[in-house]
Write a protein that binds this ligand. Sequence first.
Ligand SMILES: [Zn+2]
Length: 254
Amino acid sequence: MNDSKITEKLLKLSHELGLEPRQMIILSEGNVSALTNDGNFLVKASGTYLGSLSKEDLSLVNMETILKLLERNAMTDEEIALELTNSLLDKNHKRPSVESFLHALCLSEGEAKYVAHTHSVSVNQILCSQHGAKPFMGHLFPDAIVVCGNKPAVVPYIDPGFQLAKIIQTELKRYKKEHGKAPKLLLMENHGPIALAQTASEALNIMLMADKWAKVLWGNIAIGGAKFLSKKEVKRIDSRLDEHYRRRLLDNNG
Ligand SMILES: [Zn+2]
């Protein structure tokens, strides 16, 4: 797929996530990114709106520059602003989102080709509660396993930007070591979900399913508690051939 097609898919994903009835973001919340053919990435520019994102609101960022910055222990706000501008491959582009660090990691260590991050109301009703990400550690119905994967990765609340990306780096490494593959869904407590996907359609599907999953959990909690599937049942769905087929169809649709 050429880079202009990737841009087109990324903009479509952005507009879908920004649809108001979906309650995934308001104002300039959330961001999206995609890997380009030369291994760099396109990311939403700082302060732009997902729902009305245009080609001019996407910034082309040097992957190597961002990954190199992540080798530092800390960066001041001033350094971050300066280095983000320096990381632009096209100096006419707007300053990329402060979450470019997180996106670079999901597109490298996280093995994703498209990344979506929202502040989904339904998911945050749980992630910002006393329970944190815990209710998402069990599965309630097969489709969430098919779309969001067996287990989500989780990070506690950390100051958004550089420090958050550092903790995500650690969690992605830990997750891959434990599960032998990268996660599809990463939950940031007191912040929001991230979808790590191979296609733009998959990124949207993960966000939509996480939203539904959260709403079902909510209902369960209201009427006495969730009845989670057993580990054996979850493993069975995760490995079923017909589910793999369904997963591929879903991910390539659109
Ligand atoms: Zn955010």
